[in-house]
Every structure is written in structure tokens, then in C-alpha cells.
Design a protein around this ligand. Sequence first.
Ligand SMILES: Cc1cc2nc3c(=O)[nH]c(=O)nc-3n(C[C@H](O)[C@H](O)[C@H](O)COP(=O)(O)OP(=O)(O)OC[C@H]3O[C@@H](n4cnc5c(N)ncnc54)[C@H](O)[C@@H]3O)c2cc1C
Length: 418
Amino acid sequence: MSTTGARKTEVVVVGAGPYGLAAAAHLTRAGIDFRIFGIPMGAWRHHMPKGMFLKSALTATSISAPAPSMSLIDYCTANGVTGVDDHNPIPIDLFVNYGLEFKNRYVQNVEQDVVKQVADMGNGFQVSLANGETFLTKNVVVASGHMHFSYIPEALRIPAGQDGASLVSHTGAHPEFSNFAGRSVAIVGAGQSALESAALLREAGAEVHLIVRGPQLAWGKPPTGEHSGLLLRALKPMTPLGPGWSHLVITRAPELISHLPPAARLRLVRLTYGPSGAWWLRPRVEGSIETLLGTEVEEAREANGRILLRLRHESGKSSSLAADHVLAATGYRVDVNAIDYLSPTIRTRLARVPGSGSPALSGSCQSSVPGLYFVGLSSAATFGPLLRFVHGTDFAAQTVCRSLVSAATRRSDFRQAA
Ligand SMILES: Cc1cc2nc3c(=O)[nH]c(=O)nc-3n(C[C@H](O)[C@H](O)[C@H](O)COP(=O)(O)OP(=O)(O)OC[C@H]3O[C@@H](n4cnc5c(N)ncnc54)[C@H](O)[C@@H]3O)c2cc1C
């Protein structure tokens, strides 16, 4: 495919979720020439279940805008949305509509195409789209979220083409659960996604078995709000992601976290906000969902059109469970090799954070391939758990935008001097 005559751009943003939209909004404001690709809020519209509520609080769920008045709270006020506050969770539809309104206000140029390949050209990149267009760009911002990284543990995997392969799926494959009414579903996992899927499936009329490796389920506590006493406020400062000094560092100083040794950063990402359910979900799960605690799946195989799980319990005993379907609510593991639109050469050249598949990034979110930036979940191994959440869009968008503005300025200074 020839790129002769094709318009060159300064920046390409891959993905139009919260991180891509925030980066694009800041680039627009900075006057940088860019193109952005993806279905606006696509992961939220097509890969998360209808009826879901967000786990993050109202104050932690704004997409970073280059000007005030487009926070989620502003959106609710402007649209007369009531009944949502830090004590009442955010319905997914509200967040999607907010994201689409954000796009309409700040990023009107989203192109709903899939980026098929990004190839390194030495001094920039060649981008190929699913519609056949190919063009050149100086920089690429990878804002393609979590969907490349769905993780299903070995014991649950049935290779494609083998009997039963379609009987096991990841939670990310289900925008709704009504098709499971009257069927039995085993859910493996203990995080918000497992627990909320369990509640939604039961409410949709499925028979649900929840399989949890740990000895008990963990639940969050309702927000207590800011302490009124000065001393308590100093000892336990409140942040949008939770109370305490550790949360303050995580939310306010991600660049500081990037200086920790890699193993410490990975541990922080793994253990902070570990698997637990939101406090408001608890009454919809406890007492109404059969929960097998201290139980691990050893094997999954097809038997007479159903899926048969061999289970091992904490006591050392084994048992089996037959279900119509198994839902792996087993999360996401970042591995740049899974980002299929990055060319094999780029994937080989990318330096990793030792002990992980995450790209090693500079303080400006830039990878070891010059001009290739990562934001969102892929950057959490460098900047900590903040980057797993919408709340991290402010740091990411501002950081990437600053770096791209200074790269563009350097190039134009150079051209003027030449
Ligand atoms: C079930 C679930 C619940 C969550 N709840 C919360 C919550 O309550 N609060 C919170 O802060 N975070 C939550 N998260 C994390 C959440 O995903 C992120 O905070 C947020 O969506 C990250 O935004 P993003 O733009 O990085 O990724 P995404 O929202 O995933 O957007 C990336 C987009 O890129 C698109 N894309 C991928 N590849 C290409 C390509 N080749 N070409 C074009 N487009 C492409 C995808 O289709 C997708 O639409 C949740 C995650 C899950 C899975």
C-alpha cells in the first residue's frame, strides 16, 4: 500500500475511551495536529454489561478536560441528573453519555475506524486502517485500554476448535446477560467484575455458582467523607481513590512512583485495590449466590454439551461441578505482545518493565521506541495504580501532551533555523 500523497500527521491516538479522548482534548487545546481512531466509549458501550454500576466514586470519575466545567459532576448538574453522589453508584449509561458528551464538546474529529497496524519507519510510523487507508505519523499514543489483555487461567482454557471452547468466556465478552436466563453459570473470580456479574446473572434468571480461591470475599466500606477535625484530616487525608497517605501519593505523585524499583511498582499495582466488591453490591450477593470459598479450578472440560469443572478445596478434597457455561472473571494482564496492531518489529523492540509484559516508559509516558506513547492500564506498571482508573486521565493527558508539544516545537525551531 502506498502512502505517497497521504496527509502526514503529527500524532495518532489509538482508542477513543476515556484516556484517548482526554489526550485528544488536550492536544486540540494545544493546537497539535492529530487523528484519533476508535468507537467513542466503545469498551463501555459494547464490552461491559448492561445494568452495571461503576465502582469508582463520582469525584474519581471525570475525564480530564483542558478547561473546567466538564467534570462528571458538572455533567450531572447541567443535565438535571440527581440521585448520584459518592453514596450512590454511577450507572454505566450515565458514564457512557458523559463520555459521548465530552467527545462532542472537545473531540469532534474521532474517526470510527480500527487501526490494523502501526509499523516503525525509523523517523515516525506508518499507520494502516481497516478501511485500507495508510498514512504516516510522527507519534502514536496507545490508548487502546484493557481489551487486548483479557486473561483466562490455563486450567479454564479450552483451545478454540475443541469441544466446549464456546462454553468458557471472559467477562469482557458480555455486554448483557439476559441470554443466560434459566441456565447455570459458574463464575471464577472474586473481584468487582465477578461479584457484579454474579448479581446481574442471578437477577437475569441464571443459576449462579461463584468459585473463589481465597477463604473469604472482601468488601469495600461506604465512603465516610472528609474528616472534620484538622488533625484527622492531616493524619488520614481524603483522596478520590480512598483515604490515607498512600492514596495521596498514588493519586498525586505518579511520577514519584515511577522512580520505585520495578518489583515494588508491580507489587503496588497488584495489591492496591486488590480483588474486592463495592460496598453497595454486598446485599445483592451475600446470602443469594452460592459461593464456594477456598476453591480452585483444576480442570475444565466438555461433557455432554455442558462444562465439567474439577475443583480442589482448601481442605484438600476434590469435587466436580457441571454448568452450562463458565465465566472467567479473572481480569486483565498487560502484555505488549497481545497488542496485535503493533508490528512484530515494534513489539520486539519495546523494552519491558522487568518481571512483566508492560512497556517500560519514560516520565513522559514514552516507550523505548521513540514517538510511541502508552497511557491507561499499560502504563500502570510505570506510574502505579492511578493509571488503571479514569482518575488517571488527567496525569496521562497532560504528561503526553506536554511531551508532544515540546517535540513539535523542537522540530519547528529546527526547521526555522535550517
Ligand atoms: C468491568 C470493568 C469495570 C470498570 N470500572 C471502572 C470504574 O468504575 N472506574 C474506573 O475508573 N475504571 C474502571 N474500569 C477500568 C476502565 O476500563 C478504565 O478506567 C477506563 O476505561 C480506561 O480508559 P481507556 O481509554 O484506557 O480504555 P478503554 O475504555 O478500554 O478504551 C479503549 C478503546 O480503544 C479501542 N481500541 C482498541 N484497539 C483499537 C484499534 N486497533 N483501533 C481503534 N480502537 C481501538 C477499544 O475498542 C476501546 O473502546 C473498569 C474496567 C472494567 C473492565
